[in-house]
Design a protein around this ligand. Sequence first.
Ligand SMILES: [Zn+2]
Length: 125
Amino acid sequence: MNSAVGKGLFADAELPPPRIASTLKMPPKKALDRFHVGQVGDDTIETFLQNGFSLAICCRECKRLTEWTPPDLARRFGAKLKLRVADLCERLVCAGDEGCGAHDIAIFPHLYDDPTWRWAPPTET
Ligand SMILES: [Zn+2]
């Protein structure tokens, strides 16, 4: 009955997520200016989760930057893994208290800053 150690090591889902300081920075202005949704390609939420990428969401109007980490993505879109990130981008609005309401949103992948995080895909039947 030596399960305590095993639990601590492997049962990540039961632990609160660690607070990791994100290294996400505003993309260079040129990249931001040049962004168009076509360059996102056919990546889906699943692609991001598999690769451990955060979705960096950047309002081109007011330059607000938001990060949806893989755990955030899994929580929001766990049931819609095949959702194309490009399609998602077109629906995004710079909303919320600090938002400017613009629809001019750029998105970028950002390697998630928690190297211990692993996606546990839902088991398909
Ligand atoms: Zn904005």
